[in-house]
Design a protein around this ligand. Structure first.
Ligand code: G3H
Ligand code: 13P
Ligand code: ZN
Length: 334
């Protein structure tokens, strides 16, 4: 693909957006997208609520949809936002969990305005070295870089290991200073997917039978904030796994027993702190699946994708608006 700057595409990087969010006590939504319907719903929600938004693309999304198509979809998203009446859209195209310098470079060269280099599984010094290499390249093009310290514990990890996977507050100053990264993803108890905790880690609501997850490690977050005052912090794995969507999926033939996420009040609390980017992917998948399952159950004769993808898109849009207004507080911030 031809070398393109994100600036030509009308995209923005995260620098000013994060500074404003940290100061204002809210967080920017970072929604993953793989399909046109997700992209449309994200843009509609952001425009209607006058919210800045980060549209992020994972390695899996690049494989599923094709990197060129996704990049053009992001360009289309900016134009679509303008068409919907937003004069100056604040849209970031971000690489989620970049796993190598080459992937980050290829995204920067093709028009991404922000990249994540996720070297969190490497030893500390190697994480610094790779992150710094990406930062040096990205900053030449005014592209911002998210890095990660600490390991987002898979459920099994926290259960079986005596060692904590949380970010170590004593490492963050050295890491941020040596790498020059623009934001830092930390681990305080969130994790990816729709099963963030085992039933053994939760308590159970006697009336509903639903799981109540343990709280996030706000003490670790506080320590990190003390070490890096005003530095943009990112939370991955922040879907709430809405129980009404899980119930709809299960009612109409799905099987997601004991799916559980991060309670929204905890995300609200985090958004008011130095956490200024909150990643949400699974909730969009659940909203889409619930609407499609219900639609098929109620309209067994339908086979035109537009018939079932329309309610799916509407349900995702409703969810995105809810997150923006009721959880992250990024509405009316353009
Ligand atoms: O980091 C996890 C995101 O939800 C992306 O998931 O790799 O399946 O696209 P994915
Ligand atoms: P969820 O699986 O909780 O939506 O997390 C998404 C994420 O962190 C993307 O990087
Ligand atoms: Zn993630």
């Amino acid at each position: 693909m031809k070398k393109t700057s994100y600036k030509e595409l009308g995209l923005v990087n995260t620098r000013k957006m994060f500074a404003k969010a940290v100061k204002g006590g809210y967080a920017i939504p970072a929604f993953n997208f793989n399909t046109m319907e997700q992209m449309q719903a994200i843009v509609q929600a952001a425009v209607e609520t006058k919210s800045p938004v980060i549209m992020q693309v994972s390695k899996g999304a690049r494989k599923y949809a094709n990197p060129t198509i996704l990049r053009y979809m992001a360009q289309g998203a900016v134009e679509y936002a303008k068409e919907l009446g937003c004069k100056k859209p604040q849209i970031v195209l971000h690489l989620d969990h970049g796993d190598s310098f080459e992937t980050c470079k290829s995204c920067i060269d093709s028009g991404f305005s922000s990249v994540m280099i996720d070297a969190s599984s490497l030893p500390f010094e190697e994480n610094i070295k790779l992150t710094k290499k990406v930062v040096n390249y990205a900053h030449k093009y005014d592209v911002t870089v998210e890095a990660e310290l600490g390991v987002l514990a898979g459920v099994e990890d926290e259960v079986s290991s005596a060692e904590s996977h949380y970010t170590k507050p004593e490492e963050v100053i050295e890491f941020a200073t040596k790498t020059g990264c623009d934001s830092l993803a930390i681990s305080i108890g969130t994790s990816h997917g729709a099963y963030k905790f085992t039933p053994e880690q939760c308590t159970r609501d006697e009336k509903t039978g639903k799981l109540i997850p343990p709280p996030l490690a706000f003490d670790v977050l506080k320590e990190i904030e003390k070490k890096l005052p005003g530095f943009p912090i990112v939370l991955h794995g922040s879907s709430s796994v809405p129980q009404d969507e899980v119930d709809t999926i299960n009612k109409f033939g799905g099987k997601l027993p004991d799916a559980v996420g991060i309670p929204e009040e905890q995300l609200r609390k985090a958004a008011k702190s130095a956490v200024c980017k909150i990643n949400i992917d699974s909730d969009s998948r659940l909203a889409m699946t619930a609407a499609i399952r219900q639609h098929f159950a109620e309209h067994p004769d339908h086979f035109d994708p537009r018939q079932y993808l329309t309610p799916a898109r509407d349900n995702m849009k409703k969810m995105y608006i809810h997150k923006i207004v009721k959880v992250l507080g990024s509405n009316d911030k353009l």
